[in-house]
Write a protein that binds this ligand. Structure first.
Ligand code: ZN
Length: 309
């Protein structure tokens, strides 16, 4: 009988041991799907990544859902774009999450803008006066693939800090991501090389880093200022500038009304291009690589078909 009991205890012990998971996946929440795609690249199967915003939403003005608070409550790491991109919606959610780990300044909060190249830095006093939603430099910096690599390294550092047992794993994955990104970037730059200096108009100031990376010349915006809707006078100025400089392309983010861009296009003879600035902005832009594949292809085809210079 004693032997039987001992055997039963041993068997129970084995069952209990096998039921203990290695380590649960690290729970990562990102504000945008671009950060989500990069976090997944670096974290592999050691992380569970959820993005709050969808790629077809304006990342400045995301509708806060109650489910976001629950997600943030359970997060071990929150990765944000920073530079005030999420200032209109994220801070109250982080407070409501009552999760000390992910409050700004805590170990589980990562501002991904710390080591990237930031453009449009303000020269005067920093202000959101007149509704300018880019008071701390251009927050759409992920649209330069090189910044994608820099974001990956920041995420790698943070994941290694939170989960040191897997530091080598994260390091290897970040290096592999950067290698594949460098290869893809060569391909994208080669596709764009014949069109260096092509002049375009964009709706919002989303494409500053993209234009910097691929040699576009953005000469104006449908918005008079970032975050300010078009006015009749500004629209007229844009049409005149486009006619004077023979500009053929208006790049519009999928979440803006196309009424004004279409009207500008019909008066200037240009083409409206709906270009997603984020992963998931269109179904084809399913990850960080496919986003650039989609946008570069779309742009090259438009330049060819319009004869833009
Ligand atoms: Zn913006």
């Amino acid at each position: 009988m004693k032997t039987l009991i001992r055997a039963a205890i041993a068997a129970l012990g084995a069952v209990l041991l096998s039921a203990v998971p290695a380590r649960a996946q690290l729970n990562v929440v990102t504000t945008t799907p671009d950060l989500g795609s990069i976090a997944q690249e670096v974290g592999g199967d050691k992380v569970k990544v959820t993005s709050l915003a969808k790629g077809y939403q304006d990342p400045h003005f995301v509708e806060a859902k109650p489910s976001f608070v629950l997600l943030l409550n359970k997060a071990e790491l929150l990765v944000a774009i920073g530079r005030d991109l999420e200032i209109a919606w994220l801070p109250p959610l982080v407070t409501q999450s009552r999760n000390a780990k992910i409050q700004p300044g805590a170990n589980g909060y990562l501002d991904a803008s710390q080591n990237v190249k930031i453009l449009d830095l303000p020269t005067g006093a920093i202000t959101r006066a007149m509704g300018d939603v880019h008071p701390s430099g251009n927050p759409h910096y992920w649209l330069d693939p090189e910044n994608g690599g820099r974001i990956a390294r920041s995420i790698e550092g943070k994941l290694s800090q939170l989960d040191p047992a897997n530091a080598a794993y994260y390091k290897g994955r970040a290096a592999d991501f950067e290698r594949r990104l460098a290869e893809a970037q060569k391909r994208w730059k080669a596709m764009m090389a014949p069109y260096k200096g092509v002049k375009v108009i964009t709706y919002h100031r989303s494409w500053t880093n993209f234009a910097d990376a691929f040699g576009l010349d953005v000469i104006g915006f449908v918005e008079p200022k970032p975050g300010i809707p078009p006015t009749p006078q500004h629209t007229l100025d844009v049409i005149n500038a486009m006619k004077a400089q023979n500009i053929k392309i208006i790049m519009v983010e999928p979440y803006f009304d196309t009424k004004t861009p279409n009207s500008i296009a019909s008066k200037s003879g240009a083409k409206v291009l709906i270009m997603p600035p984020s992963v998931g902005g269109v179904p084809e832009a399913a990850d960080f690589f496919k986003l650039f594949d989609y946008d570069v292809n779309l742009l090259v085809e438009a330049i060819k078909s319009t004869g833009a210079k």
